[in-house]
Design a binder for this molecule. Structure first.
Ligand SMILES: Cc1cc2nc3c(=O)[nH]c(=O)nc-3n(C[C@H](O)[C@H](O)[C@H](O)COP(=O)(O)O)c2cc1C
Length: 184
């Protein structure tokens, strides 16, 4: 099973990026292959109006990597009570309908404040659901982000355990959807 973990921001020093590494590790422990698709890899030319007609090579390559996923996990930081604009730009670069259509997706919200990325995740789920993704219902929300990492590592055993539980549940979800699609 191939899982793509999306870092939903391009911000230098983002804690979301540290979190994606922990998430990736939890899927590797389940023998999944994992690719980290980071919004920091989206080249600046993606902002050009011409990218909608002809994608820059690096944009197209990132999109291709996303499309290879059997399931996608979005790590979404809360920016101004929503998800980052760069993540929406990436979604707008995905081909229709295969970008999201029937693709299993899981969600993790991260915020510095008390709302734990709930609004960011729910708003992004609205986009993915509109495009007919299969939304994994067990979401994970993390607040007070700056207290959760020490020396670049997640320093909260309970949280590590919750990440693993979500990963186990999502891997089963992806498997079941795959079996249904194959008529099993
Ligand atoms: C542009 C911007 C807007 C933000 N808005 C919020 C917000 O509305 N609520 C909140 O709790 N934290 C907010 N934050 C803080 C982030 O949630 C915090 O940095 C968290 O660690 C996740 O983002 P990160 O992956 O960029 O670190 C904001 C951060 C940035 C850069």
């Amino acid at each position: 099973m191939h899982i793509v973990v999306v870092c939903g921001t391009n911000r230098d020093g983002a804690l979301s990026r540290l979190l994606t590494q922990e998430v990736a590790e939890s899927y590797r422990r389940l023998d999944c292959t994992v690719d980290l698709v980071d919004m920091a890899e989206l080249p600046p030319e993606t902002l050009s109006g011409s990218a909608y007609q002809e994608q820059p090579k690096a944009t197209a390559a990132l999109v291709e990597r996303f499309l290879k996923s059997d399931g996608a996990v979005f790590v979404i930081p809360e920016y101004n009570g929503s998800f980052p604009g760069v993540l929406k730009l990436f979604v707008d670069m995905l081909p229709y309908p295969e970008g999201f259509d029937n693709r299993p997706c899981a969600f993790i919200g991260l915020s510095a404040g008390q709302f734990q990325g709930l609004r960011a995740v729910e708003q992004f789920q609205g986009v993915a659901g509109y495009r007919n993704a299969h939304l994994f219902p067990r979401r994970l929300f993390i607040g007070d982000s700056y207290s959760k990492f020490v020396d670049g590592k997640l320093a909260d055993d309970e949280l590590t355990d919750r990440l693993l539980k979500q990963a186990e549940g999502f891997a089963n979800f992806v498997r079941q959807i795959g079996e249904k699609a194959n008529g099993c």
